[in-house]
Design a protein around this ligand. Structure first.
Ligand code: AMP
Length: 439
C-alpha cells in the first residue's frame, strides 16, 4: 500500500514525500480510511507507530483549508512536550496547506497563545488544563468544532485529566467526529471510550500493551544503588554502541545525582543532559532538542518529564529504576526500536523490584530475559541502611498481597532504630581511585 492509495490531496502527498515517509505504517493503513470516512475511531497504538500522522493526515484532508476565525478541530494531549510534537507534525504534514494551527500549554504566560488564537485558527492542540483556562477567559470560540481528538488517553487518565476532559465535552458541540488514541487499553480508557466515542471502529497495531517486538529487552539483577551506578557507567562508556540512550530514573533527586556523576566522572559534559520537573521549561526544551538533534548522547529523565517526547533512533533505553506505573515501562521502551531501528531496553532490577517486574511481565505478556552482570563491573556490598529499606519494601509488597501478613521485617521491634536514624540521602561519591574511565 502507498500513500497515493488514500484519497489525500496533492498538498498532503507532497508533504508526506518531503517528510520522507515511503509507505504508510500499519496504524496509518487502518486508521486513515476510517477517519476520512468520518467514523469515530479508537486507536490502540504506542508512540513510534506513526499514530500521530494516522490522525493528522485525514484531519488535514477533511478540514482542507483555512476558514473562519475559530477552530474546527481540537487535539488534546497530556503534556506540553506531546502538544509541541503534535503541533510540529501538523507543521510538517500541513506545510503546503494554509491551515492555521496553535499549540496551547501551561508553564508559561498565555499572552502569545491568545494572540495566536485571535489571528484565526483552524486546529488547536492543547493540554486540557490550558485549553479550559483560555476557554473560560472567553478566548476560544468552540461553536465550529467538528473534530475532537484525544491522544495518549491512558496518560491523560493517569495524570488526572478526566474532570477537565468532561468539562470540555460539556461545552463543545455534540455533533462531531471523535478519535481516541491510547498506548494501552486499561478499564478506565475503556470507560472513557464508551462515553466519548459513538459507534467507534477499533484499530490496533499491537495487542494491548505488548511491547514492540523489535526491542531487545534485558534485565540485569543489580543488588544496590552503587552497583547500578557502576553498571550504568560501564554501559554508557562505549559511544559506538551506546549511541543515543535515555536513562529513566524514578526521582528527580536521583536523576540529578546520576547526571552530575556521569558528567564529572564518565563522559564529557556536553554528552549528557537531564530533564525533570524542577528544570525550567526552556532548559527542558533545549535538552530535548539537543538530544533529538544528536548533539547529546545521553538523556537522563524522570517519567513525567519524558512523557511524550518523540525521539527516533534511540539506541538504548535504560530503566535505572523500574517504573512504578507499570504502563510506563511500555512507554519507556517504546522510545527505542522506532521506525525500524534496532533498539535495546535494559532494566536494572533490585531485590525489591522483583515484585514490580512480575507485574510488568504480566502486562507485556512476556518474560524479560536476564543477563549476568558484566564481569568487570564492580558490585559493592549493599549498605546496611539500603538493605533495611529494601526489606521493608518487600514486607510492604507482601502486605499488599496479603493484608494479614505480619512482616518478616518486624517493624515494631525495630521501630526505635528505624526512627532514630535519619534517612541518609543517597549521593554518589567519587570513586576512590578517581579514575575517569574504567578499562
Ligand atoms: P508517532 O508514533 O506518531 O510518535 O511517530 C513516530 C515517528 O515516525 C515520527 O518521527 C514520525 O515522523 C515517523 N513516521 C510517521 N509515519 C511514518 C511513515 N509512514 N514512515 C516513516 N516514518 C513515519
Amino acid at each position: 500500500m502507498t500513500f497515493e492509495d488514500f484519497n489525500l490531496n496533492r498538498q498532503l502527498l507532497n508533504a508526506i514525500a518531503e517528510a520522507g515517509y515511503e509507505t504508510p505504517s500499519p496504524i496509518q493503513e487502518q486508521a486513515i480510511p476510517l477517519v476520512l470516512q468520518g467514523h469515530d475511531v479508537l486507536g490502540i497504538a504506542q508512540t513510534g507507530t506513526g499514530k500521530t500522522a494516522a490522525y493528522v493526515l485525514p484531519l488535514l484532508m477533511r478540514i482542507k483549508y483555512a476558514q473562519g476565525q475559530t477552530p474546527r478541530a481540537l487535539i488534546l494531549a497530556p503534556t506540553r512536550e506531546l502538544v509541541m510534537q503534535i503541533h510540529e507534525a501538523i507543521g510538517v504534514l500541513g506545510k503546503f496547506t494554509d491551515l492555521r494551527y496553535v499549540a496551547l500549554y501551561g508553564g508559561l504566560g498565555p499572552k502569545t497563545q491568545i494572540e495566536n488564537i485571535q489571528k484565526g485558527v483552524d486546529i488547536i492542540v492543547a493540554t486540557p488544563g490550558r485549553f479550559m483556562d483560555l476557554y473560560l477567559r472567553g478566548e476560544i470560540g468552540v461553536k465550529q468544532l467538528t473534530t475532537l481528538i484525544l491522544d495518549e488517553a491512558d496518560k491523560m487518565m493517569d495524570m488526572g485529566f478526566m474532570p477537565q476532559i468532561n468539562r470540555i465535552l460539556e461545552v463543545i458541540p455534540r455533533k462531531r467526529q471523535n478519535l481516541l488514541f491510547s498506548a494501552t487499553f486499561p478499564p478506565k480508557v475503556e470507560r472513557l471510550s464508551e462515553n466519548f466515542l459513538e459507534a467507534p471502529v477499533r484499530v490496533e497495531v499491537t495487542p494491548q500493551a505488548t511491547t514492540a517486538e523489535r526491542v531487545a529487552q534485558v534485565i540485569f539483577e543489580v543488588p544496590n544503588f552503587r552497583a547500578k551506578i557502576n553498571l550504568l557507567e560501564y554501559l554508557v562508556q562505549d559511544a559506538a554502541v551506546f549511541q543515543r540512550g535515555m536513562v529513566f530514573v524514578r526521582s528527580k533527586e536521583a536523576a540529578e545525582n546520576i547526571y552530575k556523576f556521569l558528567k564529572r566522572k564518565v563522559v564529557s559534559e556536553d554528552e549528557v543532559r537531564v530533564i525533570h520537573a524542577n528544570k525550567g521549561q526552556n532548559t527542558r526544551i533545549n535538552a530535548m532538542e539537543a538530544f533529538k538533534e544528536g548533539n547529546v548522547r545521553i538523556l537522563i529523565a524522570t517519567d513525567v518529564a519524558a512523557r511524550g517526547i518523540d525521539v527516533t533512533m534511540v539506541s538504548h533505553v535504560v530503566n535505572f529504576d523500574v517504573p512504578l506505573i507499570y504502563e510506563d515501562y511500555v512507554h519507556r521502551i517504546g522510545r527505542t526500536g522506532r521506525a525500524n531501528q534496532e533498539g535495546k531496553a535494559i532494566t536494572f532490577v533490585t531485590m525489591s523490584d522483583e515484585y514490580h517486574i512480575a507485574k510488568i511481565e504480566k502486562i507485556i505478556r512476556m518474560t524479560i530475559p536476564r543477563t549476568p552482570m558484566p564481569p568487570n563491573v564492580d558490585v559493592p556490598e549493599t549498605p546496611f541502611e539500603e538493605k533495611q529499606e529494601m526489606l521493608r519494601e518487600l514486607d510492604n509488597q507482601r502486605r499488599k498481597e496479603d493484608p494479614n501478613f505480619k512482616g518478616a521485617f518486624h517493624e515494631k521491634k525495630h521501630k526505635k532504630f528505624v526512627d532514630s536514624k535519619p534517612k541518609k540521602k543517597q549521593t554518589i561519591s567519587p570513586r576512590k581511585n578517581g579514575n575517569k574511565r574504567k578499562k
